[in-house]
Design a protein around this ligand. Structure first.
Ligand code: ACO
Length: 378
């Protein structure tokens, strides 16, 4: 056995995939070969989900059929809404989403991981249901009635409609749709890997995706978008940002939304989101937080850029969501409703050529310890 140890599995090749490429040196992100910038400009989330799950961009006929399959699965079983109602209203929406995702297997009985048709059904069910779960729990915790899905709307617009109880305008819908496209896939990141690891034991897709939701919730991963706003809110003005950053670096604290395991240049998604934020602020009025974020980025270029620490996808996404009127603790669930497409694509790929994940560790504990009888232990 090789005793090579790579903390955090950095640089370890743990699988083969044709789904997403993350080139961290040149700042390139491809979904099945397409640059994410191209997809963000020309495609809806549904087209991108089809690309990830099926392997190619859909024709109009394929898109119509795929869209109809998703729309037919947007409604949640009444029992699942009841489960969400029984959670304390203080539950974090990511925890509610994890509960709802796992509970789907009770309503759509656990599928044999070797059953292709069942797996496809699970994939459609998850992609269609996650937005409804997030929106329903948000309404419930506010004491408002749950809004039923509106199948005249695309997935992005329908999510906003179920959340706010009113149809969103076309600009907000498209902007949000692009955010979903940007978050749909990202190679062997922690949550995708989690989904693949759980799937590798032949656990069903709902159990695997519930685990992926849990992995995404952490502040070093998807949870960072929420933390970015918390940090920005502690800085009173753009002028104060450089001193704040210097203090964070000196005291060895993490600046949320900066740094990435793979990207050693600016994350291409951060570039797109920054442009979107700046567009949105010029048409809908700016926020001092954007100026503060910008000032941090400028100073970080000098202070952290040489170490390969640059803005990641989470640095600007929260500012866009906030301007769209979304509550801060919904930012990570929104990430999940997009990433479910990438997670499921990876899970399906894992099932095609599966071997259970079982790495080793370097044991550094004691050997051969004798058991002291219970009544003699101090
Ligand atoms: N702020 C300050 N210093 C940082 C940051 C940061 N955001 N990120 C990395 N560093 C420093 C570390 O302190 C460390 O310095 P040292 O070598 O002097 O000890 C060095 O860079 C390497 O950092 P690690 O945390 O070991 O890098 P790793 O690849 O393990 O972690 C991670 C990557 C978790 C993304 C890290 O950059 C981080 O914590 N960033 C902030 C949280 C964040 O924004 N997460 C979202 C990532 S994108 C996503 O998951 C969707």
């Amino acid at each position: 056995m090789s005793e090579q140890y790579s903390p955090g599995l950095a640089g370890v090749i743990a699988g083969k995939s044709t789904i997403g490429l993350v080139n961290g040196t040149d700042g390139i992100l491809l979904y099945r070969g397409y640059p994410v910038e191209e997809l963000a400009e020309h495609c809806t989330f549904e087209e991108v989900a089809h690309l990830l799950l099926v392997g190619h961009l859909p024709t109009q006929a394929e898109l119509t059929a795929f869209d109809a399959e998703l729309k037919a699965r947007r409604v949640l079983p009444a029992g699942l809404i009841e489960i969400l109602r029984n959670l304390p209203t203080t539950t974090h929406p990511m925890a509610a989403l994890q509960v709802g995702t796992a509970a789907l297997s009770g309503f759509f009985p656990a599928l044999d991981a070797g059953d292709k048709k069942g797996n496809w059904e699970g994939t459609l069910r998850l992609t269609a249901s996650l937005p409804t779960i997030v929106a329903a729990f948000h309404r419930i915790r506010q004491g408002k009635p749950v809004v039923a899905p509106d199948t005249s709307l695309g997935l992005a617009a329908d999510f906003l409609s179920m959340l706010n109880g009113e149809k969103p305008d076309a600009k907000s819908s498209r902007l949000f749709d692009v955010c979903l496209v940007l978050h749909a896939e990202h190679g062997f990141n922690a949550s995708t890997f989690t989904g693949r690891v759980v799937g590798s034991s032949l656990a069903d897709i709902f159990a695997s995706m519930a685990a992926a939701v849990g992995s995404l919730s952490g502040p070093l991963h998807g949870g960072a978008n929420e933390e970015v706003l918390t940090q920005l809110n502690t800085i009173s003005s753009a002028a104060e940002a450089p001193a704040w950053l210097d203090h964070m670096i000196e005291t060895k604290q993490k600046i949320m939304g900066l740094g990435h395991r793979v990207y050693k240049v600016k994350d291409p998604r951060a570039d797109i989101l920054q442009r979107m934020a700046s567009d949105l602020f010029s048409s809908h009025g700016s926020t001092p937080l954007y100026d503060i974020a910008h000032a941090i980025e400028d100073h970080a270029k000098v202070k952290l850029g040489p170490k390969g620490i640059w803005p990641n996808v989470d640095f600007y996404s929260g500012l866009v969501y906030q301007k769209l009127g979304l509550t801060v603790d919904l930012f990570t669930p929104i990430f999940a409703i997009a990433r479910i497409a990438g997670w499921s694509a990876h899970w399906l790929e894992q099932m095609q050529d599966n071997r259970i994940f079982r790495p080793d560790c370097i044991y550094s504990g004691p050997h051969g310890v004798k058991v002291t009888p219970l009544d003699e232990r101090g």
